[in-house]
Write a protein of this length. Sequence first.
Length: 253
Amino acid sequence: MSGTTVVVLFDFDRTIIDGDSDRWVVTEMGLTRLFDELRSTLPWNSLMDGMMKELHSRGQTAKDLKECLKRTALDPCIVAAIKATHARGCDLRVISDANQFFIETILEHHEVLGCFSQIYTNPSFVDEGGRLRIFPFHDLSSSPHACKLCPANMCKGLVINQIQASVDKSGKKIFIYLGDGNGDYCPTLKLGEGDYVMPRKNYPLWNRICCNPMLIKAKVHEWSTGEELERILLYLSDTITIQDNISILHHSV
Ligand SMILES: [Mg+2]
Ligand SMILES: [Zn+2]
């Protein structure tokens, strides 16, 4: 029995799915013009809530939205990686600046929603009138975060700190963080020496890590394709578990 839990933290857009779920919905549902008009006037999170208002006023239902989300591309290798790491006892979580409705719809469609123990994202629900509402993850009025790296609605570094504090009490944890964007840099800085970060190659997170690798304590393993993500993630989770079993054996001899 291993004493260490591997906690795998996934960003969602451009990490689990190949593209960006917000952009996908905007393009596929014919909202591009309005989106571009309002882009400079509103924070992203409020803008997406506004887009959902527009969809609703055009008579599009939450069911239409679901059908649109189900067509997003998810690499079969990434589905396999999620299922395999879950089956091996890793604790899988999503940290994303998309929203609950989009993420759950897509993961459920690919039959991997149950593999995740937690999803940290902007809360959303379908109101009585059938409109999807999207809210910020952090309450902007009562508890704004002080992080300068992150957008006001969500600091993923703060989320990592909370996870680290909560799991500290229940045995040794090693984190593997997978991401692509600027919003994944803050949580990457919070990882320790025993942890791993898997940035998507040639994307903003990877660029920022490469600019100043000395700032990163975690070991860095880049990936480009779903096939690489699967291979590296399984290799890392296996290696961590095997090393841990060896150290337990040494202690018990
Ligand atoms: Mg992303
Ligand atoms: Zn932050």
